[in-house]
Ligand binder design. Structure first.
Ligand SMILES: Cc1ncc(COP(=O)(O)O)c(C=O)c1O
Ligand SMILES: N[C@@H](CCCC[NH3+])C(=O)O
Length: 434
């Protein structure tokens, strides 16, 4: 389902003209389609239905509580990587029994909070982490359900910064060490080792790495069972890629077939952790043109969104389609760099893009911005964090307002020695000695 379509020459989100949202809420603004999020969830759930795979939405992709609740209402659980994400999942109404907690650096405090919450599973990635969780669980007098995440050393064929399943990546326990670590976990009084987990990377568009990794995971499970371990749960991870360019969609049935071939025969409870797949194409970043600068080498379309709103282009050289909100400018498209106002050459949203003539004030939509957009935003250059809007049918709601400058600037605190009464030009040490 593409929720963003032109009607009467105007780009809409479901039935709402994006121009109306820009007028009411201002720009830049993220706009998500509830229908598109639900359609993606339903498509994945349908593909995996016969294997009863529990879908734990990876909150890191988009952790707005309205988005989480939209998915939770469909039956999704949550994959969280911090106490903050765990709190968001709970606040949005995800039951603790559907929450898994991943990440390489959980602190004792985070472990305690998750144990008190009674989550479904901890995905653990190192021996020191196992030891700490065992201690924290013992202090609380509880037993922690643990899946050991292992690293299958498979190339996910994705961007180097988001590949996680190779030995040189910090994630998971090397497969050679997995049996020894699992045995150690099994010997710990306050750890209940329930199974294994894996996640080899993000934005995978080639499914073969999944097959290779799942085959290794299945071999490992058989090996662990042969050693007497009761492996009753397998977490398949996330990472299924989306179509950013409009020409390549991952076939969810083909993915499901791999799971069916390689993992389902183990007869374990299955979980998966998709993030981007569920929300990526369900959102756009709506922005307004500030100026158009025509140089001899380039046409720069300077917009009011920037790398602080959407960092993916400059961080991963990621491609996001950029389209005018008003369709059908008379002139044929010609190249432009779409750039933001931030003082960095890396502040671009697209380079050498075919765009028709764009007037100052014209709206553009940066597509596929529903995942790793708002969540990776910052207020760099003291820009206000981007608001978020959720559309359903002909209605929309602001699900995170734009903060005021007072809220943003008011977070700073002055130390006493900088109080306005003092002479700020006197060095601190000199004043202290006086
Ligand atoms: C452990 C884990 N699970 C799930 C995800 C979700 O990834 P994606 O958004 O690529 O589906 C990630 C991020 O890549 C992750 O690190
Ligand atoms: N932030 C990345 C994905 C990282 C996935 C986190 N495990 C992106 O925008 O593509």
């Amino acid at each position: 389902m593409d929720a963003f379509t032109y009607r009467d020459g105007q780009l809409h989100a479901e039935q709402v003209p994006l121009a109306r949202i820009a007028e009411d809420v201002g720009t830049p603004v993220f706009v998500y389609s509830a229908g598109a999020i639900e359609a993606q969830y339903d498509a994945l759930a349908a593909a995996l239905a016969d294997m009863k795979v529990g879908i734990c939405y990876a909150l890191k992709a988009n952790s707005n509580q309205a988005v989480i609740r939209t998915l939770a209402a469909r039956g999704a659980g949550a994959d969280v990587v911090s106490e903050g994400e765990l709190r968001r999942a709970l606040a949005a109404g995800v039951p603790p029994s559907k929450i898994v907690f991943a990440g390489v650096g959980k602190t004792a405090g985070e472990m305690r909070f998750a144990l008190e919450t009674g989550i479904h599973q901890f995905n653990l990635e190192s021996e020191p982490e196992l030891e700490l969780l065992n201690q924290v669980a013992a202090a609380l007098g509880v037993v922690a359900p643990v899946a050991v995440r292992f690293n299958p050393d498979v190339d996910a064929k994705t961007h180097a910064k988001i590949t996680t399943g190779k030995k040189e990546n910090k994630f998971g326990i090397e497969i050679e060490q997995a049996k020894a670590v699992y045995a150690r976990a099994a010997a710990m009084a306050n750890i209940d080792p329930v199974g294994v987990a894996m996640h080899i990377g993000s934005q995978l568009t080639d499914l073969e790495p999944y097959r290779a990794a799942y085959r290794r995971m299945a071999d490992l499970v058989r090996g662990l069972r042969a050693e007497g371990h009761d492996i009753r749960r397998v977490d398949l991870g996330g990472g299924i890629g989306i179509d950013y360019s409009g020409d390549h969609t991952v076939d969810l049935d083909a993915y499901a077939a791999i799971v069916r071939d390689e993992i389902a025969p183990l007869g374990a409870e299955l979980l998966c952790e998709p993030g981007r797949l569920l929300v990526g194409n369900a959102g756009v970043l709506l922005t307004r043109t500030v100026f158009v600068k025509q140089g001899t080498a380039k046409r720069f379309v300077i917009v009011d969104a920037a790398m602080n709103d959407l960092i993916r282009p400059t961080l991963y050289e990621a491609y996001h389609q950029i389209v005018p909100v008003a369709e059908g400018a008379s002139e044929s498209p010609h190249p432009a760099d779409i750039v933001g106002p931030i003082c960095e050459s890396g502040d671009y949203l697209g380079k050498d893009r075919p765009l028709p003539d764009v007037a100052e004030g014209a709206l553009l939509a940066i597509k596929s911005a529903g995942a790793y957009g708002a969540v990776m935003g910052s207020s760099y250059n003291t820009r206000l964090m981007t608001p978020e809007v959720l559309v359903r049918d002909g209605d929309y709601a602001v699900i995170r307002p734009r903060p005021s400058y007072e809220e943003l600037i008011g977070q700073d605190r002055m130390p006493d020695w900088l109080s306005p009464q003092q002479d700020a030009t006197t060095p601190v040490r000199a004043r202290g000695a006086a």
